[in-house]
Design a protein around this ligand. Sequence first.
Ligand code: FES
Length: 104
Amino acid sequence: KAVYSCLILAVECDGHEILTIEGLSDGDKLDPIQQAFIEKDAFQCGFCTSGQIMSIKALLEKTTQPSSEDIRIAISGNLCRCGAYPGIVAAAEHAVNIYTKRRS
Ligand code: FES
């Protein structure tokens, strides 16, 4: 479940496992979503990127084949001041393809 760090108290996290962008990669091996963001050039300044990636990660934990609309809804709470949304959605769709190939 993705939550906004600015809207949750630390005490509310007590007893829960927390995954942040820093814990997403496996050493030097990036998560497919991180790799997809690089390959699709899905950011400009990068300020929103961590939140976008974690929102997409939470979405892909719930469904393996999200629609474009599912992706847009999942990232809807993360504002990108640079307007990189087309690249972000393309990266999410690319990440879905990477995950699908890994599973088959
Ligand atoms: Fe700059 Fe999203 S890439 S705010």
